[in-house]
Design a protein around this ligand. Structure first.
Ligand code: NAG
Ligand code: NAG
Ligand code: NAG
Ligand code: NAG
Ligand code: NAG
Ligand code: NAG
Ligand code: NAG
Length: 285
Protein backbone atom coordinates (compact mmCIF):
# COMPACT_ATOMS: atom_id res chain seq x y z
CA UNK A 1 0.00 0.00 0.00
CA UNK A 2 2.68 2.42 1.09
CA UNK A 3 4.86 1.34 -1.80
CA UNK A 4 2.09 1.98 -4.33
CA UNK A 5 1.48 5.42 -2.88
CA UNK A 6 5.15 6.31 -3.09
CA UNK A 7 5.27 5.08 -6.66
CA UNK A 8 2.21 7.10 -7.66
CA UNK A 9 3.52 10.21 -5.96
CA UNK A 10 6.95 9.75 -7.51
CA UNK A 11 5.61 9.41 -11.04
CA UNK A 12 3.33 12.39 -10.54
CA UNK A 13 6.25 14.55 -9.45
CA UNK A 14 8.45 13.59 -12.38
CA UNK A 15 5.69 14.41 -14.86
CA UNK A 16 4.70 17.73 -13.28
CA UNK A 17 5.71 20.75 -15.34
CA UNK A 18 7.72 23.42 -13.56
CA UNK A 19 7.56 27.11 -14.26
CA UNK A 20 4.44 29.02 -15.31
CA UNK A 21 1.52 27.39 -17.15
CA UNK A 22 -0.77 28.89 -19.82
CA UNK A 23 -4.58 28.90 -19.69
CA UNK A 24 -7.39 30.29 -21.87
CA UNK A 25 -11.07 31.17 -21.65
CA UNK A 26 -13.86 29.24 -23.38
CA UNK A 27 -15.75 32.39 -24.33
CA UNK A 28 -14.75 35.73 -25.86
CA UNK A 29 -14.68 39.01 -23.94
CA UNK A 30 -13.26 42.52 -24.26
CA UNK A 31 -9.68 43.16 -23.14
CA UNK A 32 -10.52 44.60 -19.71
CA UNK A 33 -12.88 41.78 -18.82
CA UNK A 34 -10.38 39.25 -20.21
CA UNK A 35 -7.66 40.54 -17.89
CA UNK A 36 -9.99 40.40 -14.89
CA UNK A 37 -10.92 36.85 -15.89
CA UNK A 38 -7.21 35.91 -15.88
CA UNK A 39 -6.52 37.58 -12.54
CA UNK A 40 -9.45 35.86 -10.85
CA UNK A 41 -8.63 32.35 -12.05
CA UNK A 42 -4.90 32.37 -12.67
CA UNK A 43 -2.16 34.98 -12.16
CA UNK A 44 -2.65 37.49 -14.99
CA UNK A 45 -2.98 37.88 -18.76
CA UNK A 46 0.06 36.46 -20.60
CA UNK A 47 3.28 38.47 -20.70
CA UNK A 48 5.80 37.65 -23.45
CA UNK A 49 9.45 38.60 -23.06
CA UNK A 50 11.18 36.92 -26.00
CA UNK A 51 10.56 34.99 -29.21
CA UNK A 52 10.95 31.59 -27.52
CA UNK A 53 8.15 32.44 -25.10
CA UNK A 54 6.01 33.67 -28.00
CA UNK A 55 6.50 30.36 -29.87
CA UNK A 56 5.90 28.33 -26.73
CA UNK A 57 2.64 30.18 -25.99
CA UNK A 58 1.34 29.66 -29.53
CA UNK A 59 2.09 25.94 -29.27
CA UNK A 60 0.06 25.71 -26.03
CA UNK A 61 -3.09 27.49 -27.26
CA UNK A 62 -5.77 25.72 -29.35
CA UNK A 63 -5.87 26.73 -33.02
CA UNK A 64 -9.65 26.59 -33.18
CA UNK A 65 -10.09 29.81 -31.24
CA UNK A 66 -7.63 31.78 -33.43
CA UNK A 67 -7.65 35.20 -31.69
CA UNK A 68 -6.42 35.73 -28.12
CA UNK A 69 -5.81 38.88 -26.11
CA UNK A 70 -2.26 39.27 -24.74
CA UNK A 71 -1.08 41.54 -21.92
CA UNK A 72 0.36 44.50 -23.88
CA UNK A 73 -1.48 47.83 -24.26
CA UNK A 74 -1.14 51.58 -24.42
CA UNK A 75 -3.36 54.37 -23.14
CA UNK A 76 -2.97 56.94 -25.90
CA UNK A 77 -2.04 57.07 -29.56
CA UNK A 78 1.51 58.35 -29.05
CA UNK A 79 2.45 56.13 -26.11
CA UNK A 80 4.77 53.14 -26.43
CA UNK A 81 3.35 49.63 -26.14
CA UNK A 82 3.82 48.42 -22.56
CA UNK A 83 3.40 45.01 -20.98
CA UNK A 84 1.25 44.64 -17.90
CA UNK A 85 3.07 43.53 -14.74
CA UNK A 86 6.50 45.11 -14.88
CA UNK A 87 6.08 47.78 -17.61
CA UNK A 88 8.51 46.02 -19.94
CA UNK A 89 8.42 47.32 -23.53
CA UNK A 90 9.84 44.27 -25.30
CA UNK A 91 8.72 43.82 -28.90
CA UNK A 92 10.55 41.37 -31.16
CA UNK A 93 11.60 42.17 -34.73
CA UNK A 94 9.05 39.71 -36.09
CA UNK A 95 6.28 40.15 -33.55
CA UNK A 96 3.80 42.22 -35.56
CA UNK A 97 1.88 40.77 -38.50
CA UNK A 98 2.66 42.52 -41.84
CA UNK A 99 1.37 46.13 -41.93
CA UNK A 100 0.63 46.04 -38.21
CA UNK A 101 0.21 47.87 -35.92
CA UNK A 102 -1.99 49.99 -38.21
CA UNK A 103 -4.10 51.70 -35.55
CA UNK A 104 -7.19 51.44 -37.73
CA UNK A 105 -9.77 53.99 -36.43
CA UNK A 106 -7.01 55.58 -34.24
CA UNK A 107 -8.32 53.72 -31.21
CA UNK A 108 -6.57 50.37 -31.33
CA UNK A 109 -4.76 50.20 -28.01
CA UNK A 110 -4.93 46.47 -27.27
CA UNK A 111 -3.13 43.52 -28.92
CA UNK A 112 -4.26 40.10 -30.09
CA UNK A 113 -2.10 37.15 -31.09
CA UNK A 114 -2.99 34.95 -34.09
CA UNK A 115 -3.05 31.25 -33.29
CA UNK A 116 -3.73 29.70 -36.70
CA UNK A 117 -1.92 27.62 -39.26
CA UNK A 118 -1.00 30.21 -41.87
CA UNK A 119 1.94 32.57 -42.33
CA UNK A 120 0.67 34.88 -39.59
CA UNK A 121 0.81 32.20 -36.90
CA UNK A 122 2.13 33.72 -33.68
CA UNK A 123 2.03 37.32 -35.03
CA UNK A 124 0.40 40.25 -33.25
CA UNK A 125 -2.24 42.75 -34.34
CA UNK A 126 -3.46 45.92 -32.65
CA UNK A 127 -7.19 45.94 -32.01
CA UNK A 128 -9.89 47.96 -30.31
CA UNK A 129 -9.99 47.00 -26.64
CA UNK A 130 -13.81 46.75 -26.78
CA UNK A 131 -13.67 43.87 -29.31
CA UNK A 132 -14.19 40.37 -27.99
CA UNK A 133 -11.43 37.73 -28.07
CA UNK A 134 -10.43 34.75 -25.99
CA UNK A 135 -8.33 35.45 -22.88
CA UNK A 136 -4.80 34.00 -22.75
CA UNK A 137 -3.56 33.80 -19.14
CA UNK A 138 -0.60 32.45 -17.25
CA UNK A 139 -0.29 30.99 -13.80
CA UNK A 140 2.99 31.62 -12.00
CA UNK A 141 4.52 28.91 -9.86
CA UNK A 142 6.86 31.16 -7.86
CA UNK A 143 5.40 32.29 -4.54
CA UNK A 144 6.66 33.66 -1.22
CA UNK A 145 7.61 30.22 0.04
CA UNK A 146 9.36 28.90 -3.10
CA UNK A 147 12.83 30.06 -2.01
CA UNK A 148 13.98 30.39 1.63
CA UNK A 149 16.85 32.86 1.21
CA UNK A 150 16.74 33.83 -2.45
CA UNK A 151 14.70 35.13 -5.36
CA UNK A 152 12.47 32.83 -7.38
CA UNK A 153 12.93 33.02 -11.15
CA UNK A 154 10.65 31.38 -13.69
CA UNK A 155 11.40 30.56 -17.29
CA UNK A 156 9.70 28.16 -19.70
CA UNK A 157 9.24 24.84 -17.88
CA UNK A 158 11.78 25.81 -15.24
CA UNK A 159 11.81 27.44 -11.85
CA UNK A 160 15.06 28.38 -10.12
CA UNK A 161 15.99 29.99 -6.82
CA UNK A 162 18.71 32.64 -7.12
CA UNK A 163 20.31 32.56 -3.67
CA UNK A 164 21.45 35.43 -1.47
CA UNK A 165 25.20 35.33 -0.81
CA UNK A 166 25.99 32.77 1.89
CA UNK A 167 23.15 30.38 0.99
CA UNK A 168 22.93 27.40 -1.32
CA UNK A 169 20.67 24.47 -2.19
CA UNK A 170 17.80 24.27 -4.68
CA UNK A 171 15.62 26.36 -2.36
CA UNK A 172 18.52 28.38 -0.90
CA UNK A 173 17.75 26.65 2.40
CA UNK A 174 21.32 25.82 3.44
CA UNK A 175 23.81 28.28 4.89
CA UNK A 176 27.24 27.88 3.34
CA UNK A 177 29.69 26.01 5.58
CA UNK A 178 33.45 26.12 5.69
CA UNK A 179 35.39 22.84 5.97
CA UNK A 180 36.48 22.13 9.52
CA UNK A 181 39.95 20.91 10.31
CA UNK A 182 41.27 20.39 13.82
CA UNK A 183 44.86 21.49 14.22
CA UNK A 184 47.49 19.00 15.36
CA UNK A 185 48.57 19.76 18.93
CA UNK A 186 45.83 22.30 19.48
CA UNK A 187 42.09 22.86 19.52
CA UNK A 188 39.44 24.97 17.92
CA UNK A 189 36.48 26.93 19.24
CA UNK A 190 33.92 28.59 16.98
CA UNK A 191 31.41 31.36 17.65
CA UNK A 192 27.74 30.33 17.38
CA UNK A 193 29.02 26.81 17.87
CA UNK A 194 29.30 26.14 14.16
CA UNK A 195 31.28 26.91 11.05
CA UNK A 196 28.60 28.51 8.87
CA UNK A 197 29.43 31.72 6.99
CA UNK A 198 30.02 34.76 9.20
CA UNK A 199 31.10 32.64 12.19
CA UNK A 200 34.62 33.00 13.55
CA UNK A 201 36.80 30.18 14.82
CA UNK A 202 39.79 30.58 17.10
CA UNK A 203 42.67 28.19 17.30
CA UNK A 204 44.68 27.56 20.44
CA UNK A 205 47.74 25.42 20.92
CA UNK A 206 48.29 22.94 23.74
CA UNK A 207 50.83 24.20 26.23
CA UNK A 208 54.34 23.60 25.05
CA UNK A 209 53.38 24.32 21.45
CA UNK A 210 53.88 27.51 19.54
CA UNK A 211 51.26 28.97 17.20
CA UNK A 212 52.48 29.94 13.78
CA UNK A 213 49.96 32.09 11.89
CA UNK A 214 46.86 34.07 12.83
CA UNK A 215 44.71 32.42 15.57
CA UNK A 216 41.31 33.58 14.25
CA UNK A 217 39.66 32.79 10.92
CA UNK A 218 36.17 33.78 9.68
CA UNK A 219 34.02 31.68 7.37
CA UNK A 220 33.38 33.71 4.19
CA UNK A 221 30.24 33.86 2.01
CA UNK A 222 31.67 31.39 -0.47
CA UNK A 223 32.57 28.75 2.16
CA UNK A 224 36.24 29.66 2.28
CA UNK A 225 38.04 30.64 5.50
CA UNK A 226 39.37 34.20 5.66
CA UNK A 227 42.95 33.02 6.14
CA UNK A 228 45.13 29.94 6.36
CA UNK A 229 44.79 27.64 9.36
CA UNK A 230 47.58 28.29 11.89
CA UNK A 231 49.83 25.43 12.94
CA UNK A 232 50.97 24.44 16.41
CA UNK A 233 54.64 23.64 16.38
CA UNK A 234 56.63 22.18 19.26
CA UNK A 235 59.46 24.36 20.48
CA UNK A 236 61.95 21.65 19.51
CA UNK A 237 60.65 21.71 15.96
CA UNK A 238 60.71 25.47 15.89
CA UNK A 239 64.29 25.28 17.08
CA UNK A 240 65.23 22.86 14.34
CA UNK A 241 63.53 25.03 11.76
CA UNK A 242 65.58 28.05 12.62
CA UNK A 243 69.02 26.46 13.20
CA UNK A 244 69.80 27.18 9.57
CA UNK A 245 69.51 30.92 10.24
CA UNK A 246 72.60 31.17 12.36
CA UNK A 247 72.93 30.15 15.97
CA UNK A 248 72.71 33.58 17.48
CA UNK A 249 69.55 34.80 15.81
CA UNK A 250 67.94 31.41 16.43
CA UNK A 251 68.77 31.52 20.08
CA UNK A 252 67.45 35.01 20.29
CA UNK A 253 64.19 34.05 18.62
CA UNK A 254 63.60 31.01 20.80
CA UNK A 255 64.38 33.08 23.85
CA UNK A 256 61.73 35.62 22.91
CA UNK A 257 59.18 32.99 22.05
CA UNK A 258 59.71 31.24 25.34
CA UNK A 259 59.32 34.43 27.27
CA UNK A 260 56.19 35.31 25.38
CA UNK A 261 54.79 31.89 26.09
CA UNK A 262 55.56 32.19 29.81
CA UNK A 263 53.97 35.59 29.95
CA UNK A 264 50.91 34.32 28.17
CA UNK A 265 50.50 31.49 30.66
CA UNK A 266 50.95 33.81 33.61
CA UNK A 267 48.39 36.19 32.23
CA UNK A 268 45.99 33.39 31.52
CA UNK A 269 46.25 32.06 35.03
CA UNK A 270 45.87 35.49 36.59
CA UNK A 271 42.82 36.44 34.50
CA UNK A 272 40.79 33.33 34.03
CA UNK A 273 37.56 34.96 32.76
CA UNK A 274 39.40 37.05 30.20
CA UNK A 275 41.60 34.24 29.10
CA UNK A 276 40.32 34.29 25.59
CA UNK A 277 40.74 37.94 24.71
CA UNK A 278 44.12 38.26 26.38
CA UNK A 279 45.34 35.28 24.46
CA UNK A 280 44.14 36.76 21.24
CA UNK A 281 45.61 40.18 21.78
CA UNK A 282 48.86 38.62 22.81
CA UNK A 283 49.01 36.55 19.73
CA UNK A 284 48.04 39.44 17.48
CA UNK A 285 50.44 41.84 19.24
C1 NAG B 1 4.24 50.79 -14.36
O1 NAG B 1 3.96 52.11 -14.79
C2 NAG B 1 2.86 52.70 -14.12
C3 NAG B 1 2.57 54.04 -14.77
O2 NAG B 1 3.73 54.70 -15.17
C4 NAG B 1 3.19 52.83 -12.62
O3 NAG B 1 2.09 53.37 -11.94
C5 NAG B 1 3.49 51.44 -12.08
O4 NAG B 1 3.89 51.53 -10.73
C6 NAG B 1 4.58 50.76 -12.88
N1 NAG B 1 4.71 49.39 -12.42
C7 NAG B 1 5.89 48.81 -12.21
C8 NAG B 1 5.85 47.41 -11.72
O5 NAG B 1 6.95 49.39 -12.42
C1 NAG C 1 9.38 41.53 -16.77
O1 NAG C 1 8.97 40.28 -16.26
C2 NAG C 1 9.35 39.19 -17.04
C3 NAG C 1 8.77 37.95 -16.42
O2 NAG C 1 7.40 38.10 -16.21
C4 NAG C 1 10.87 39.10 -17.11
O3 NAG C 1 11.25 38.05 -17.95
C5 NAG C 1 11.41 40.40 -17.67
O4 NAG C 1 12.82 40.39 -17.62
C6 NAG C 1 10.89 41.59 -16.89
N1 NAG C 1 11.30 42.81 -17.55
C7 NAG C 1 11.76 43.86 -16.90
C8 NAG C 1 12.11 45.05 -17.72
O5 NAG C 1 11.87 43.88 -15.68
C1 NAG D 1 -10.29 49.00 -40.47
O1 NAG D 1 -11.47 48.46 -39.80
C2 NAG D 1 -12.57 48.25 -40.65
C3 NAG D 1 -13.70 47.65 -39.82
O2 NAG D 1 -13.88 48.37 -38.65
C4 NAG D 1 -12.21 47.26 -41.76
O3 NAG D 1 -13.28 47.11 -42.65
C5 NAG D 1 -10.98 47.72 -42.50
O4 NAG D 1 -10.56 46.75 -43.40
C6 NAG D 1 -9.84 48.03 -41.52
N1 NAG D 1 -8.67 48.57 -42.22
C7 NAG D 1 -7.49 48.00 -42.16
C8 NAG D 1 -6.40 48.67 -42.92
O5 NAG D 1 -7.27 46.98 -41.48
C1 NAG E 1 -15.82 45.63 -21.39
O1 NAG E 1 -17.03 45.05 -20.98
C2 NAG E 1 -17.50 45.53 -19.75
C3 NAG E 1 -18.70 44.71 -19.33
O2 NAG E 1 -19.49 44.36 -20.44
C4 NAG E 1 -17.80 47.01 -19.85
O3 NAG E 1 -18.26 47.51 -18.61
C5 NAG E 1 -16.53 47.75 -20.26
O4 NAG E 1 -16.81 49.12 -20.50
C6 NAG E 1 -15.97 47.14 -21.53
N1 NAG E 1 -14.66 47.73 -21.79
C7 NAG E 1 -14.29 48.13 -22.98
C8 NAG E 1 -12.92 48.73 -23.10
O5 NAG E 1 -15.01 48.02 -23.94
C1 NAG F 1 4.72 27.70 -3.60
O1 NAG F 1 5.49 27.21 -4.67
C2 NAG F 1 6.10 25.95 -4.44
C3 NAG F 1 6.94 25.62 -5.64
O2 NAG F 1 7.87 26.61 -5.87
C4 NAG F 1 5.02 24.91 -4.17
O3 NAG F 1 5.62 23.66 -3.89
C5 NAG F 1 4.16 25.35 -3.00
O4 NAG F 1 3.09 24.44 -2.83
C6 NAG F 1 3.60 26.74 -3.24
N1 NAG F 1 2.92 27.20 -2.06
C7 NAG F 1 1.75 27.83 -2.11
C8 NAG F 1 1.18 28.28 -0.80
O5 NAG F 1 1.15 28.02 -3.16
C1 NAG G 1 16.63 25.77 -14.93
O1 NAG G 1 17.33 27.00 -15.05
C2 NAG G 1 18.57 27.03 -14.36
C3 NAG G 1 19.14 28.44 -14.44
O2 NAG G 1 18.88 29.06 -15.65
C4 NAG G 1 19.50 25.97 -14.95
O3 NAG G 1 20.72 25.98 -14.27
C5 NAG G 1 18.84 24.59 -14.83
O4 NAG G 1 19.63 23.62 -15.44
C6 NAG G 1 17.45 24.61 -15.47
N1 NAG G 1 16.79 23.34 -15.18
C7 NAG G 1 16.13 22.65 -16.10
C8 NAG G 1 15.47 21.39 -15.63
O5 NAG G 1 16.05 23.02 -17.25
C1 NAG H 1 27.48 38.88 8.75
O1 NAG H 1 28.02 39.64 9.82
C2 NAG H 1 28.02 41.03 9.60
C3 NAG H 1 28.76 41.71 10.73
O2 NAG H 1 28.62 41.00 11.92
C4 NAG H 1 26.58 41.51 9.50
O3 NAG H 1 26.54 42.88 9.24
C5 NAG H 1 25.91 40.78 8.35
O4 NAG H 1 24.54 41.14 8.27
C6 NAG H 1 26.04 39.27 8.53
N1 NAG H 1 25.51 38.65 7.31
C7 NAG H 1 24.54 37.76 7.34
C8 NAG H 1 24.05 37.32 6.00
O5 NAG H 1 24.08 37.32 8.38
Amino acid sequence: MKLTLTFLLGSFLTEATFGWTYHYSKTTMNWTVAREWCQERHTDMVVIQNQDENNYLVKKLPIKKKYYWIGITKQHKNETWTWIGNNSTWIGNESWAPKEPNNNHSTEFCVEIYVNNDANRGKWNDEKCANKKYAACYKAQCNETSCDRGRCQETIENITCLCEPGYEGDRCQTAVECPLSQPDNGYLSCSKGNRKFNSTCRYECYSGFLMIGSPAVTCGLTGVWSGPRPTCASYKKALLAVTGCGALSALCCICMCWMKHRKRRRLAQARQPEEFSSLTSEALG
